[in-house]
Design a protein around this ligand. Sequence first.
Ligand SMILES: C[S@@+](CC[C@H](N)C(=O)[O-])C[C@H]1O[C@@H](n2cnc3c(N)ncnc32)[C@H](O)[C@@H]1O
Length: 286
Amino acid sequence: MSASGESVSLEYRPVFPPQSTVVRERSLTPEEMEKLGNDRVLVSDFKQQKLETDAQKNWDLFYKRNTTNFFKDRHWTTREFDELKNCRESEGQKLVLLEAGCGVGNCIFPLLEEDLNIFIYACDFSPRAVEFVKKNALYCTERCLAFQCDLTKDDLQANIQVGTVDVATLIFVLSAIHPDKMQKSLEQIYKVLRPGGIVLFRDYGLYDHAMLRFKSGNKLGENFYVRQDGTRSFFFSREYLAGLFQNAGFETLVNEYVLRETVNKKEGLCVPRVFLQSKFRRPVHS
Ligand SMILES: C[S@@+](CC[C@H](N)C(=O)[O-])C[C@H]1O[C@@H](n2cnc3c(N)ncnc32)[C@H](O)[C@@H]1O
């Protein structure tokens, strides 16, 4: 798994600018097309079922192995999503945020450091991840509430009042959820958002380098793969993502591929990363 491709380098000649946003999917080379086309055998139903049953356990073991050292702090969120600063209905209003699938807090702690007038609900289904959040020196109960929740089945409303969240962030989380359960997770988030509240989304996009690196034997379904450690990853097309959010009741505000080139220093290669960055709104009159 990549720590989500946050380092950019121009040491190699880029095939597209350092970062560009586009609405068309990345074009594959003939070799890439052949590789994906030849990868037709899916993991057995039995093994797929086990991966689903063990999803929480596999993520919890991921945090046991990596503790807080895997993902980098995400200092880019306020740059990419100005709603994190400008989404208040009135000046001086406290912004209420939900970071769904918070991991060990790489997204929330930079926000807490930057903005004093914010309250953050942070949930994850890995008990270890939630413990790491609570142990962070920046965690304080006046400004955040971290709790365990499986977005595919537990009730967010057990910890958050309906219609009270201004902004929800879903950062590299939906890709880890089985496609059949993505919609249920979005419906849960819809309920706790206030009318007019928004979801800020960033995740793996179709034909990202990580998708092309999977060896045969790791394919679970269309654009869906399993890593060595049992965690799974889906690669989203714009259309697929928009359909999911629309079926859950949201309006699409922005939905674009972010293309960037990243140097993989270990392999000495310049690789094309593709992310999908999007904003969806719970309709004002809902
Ligand atoms: C790649 S990490 C991203 C963490 C965090 N959003 C960040 O930006 O650093 C994906 C997270 O999603 C969590 N996750 C996966 N499926 C989940 C589910 N069904 N309910 C809640 N959390 C889930 C995992 O435990 C993991 O912490």
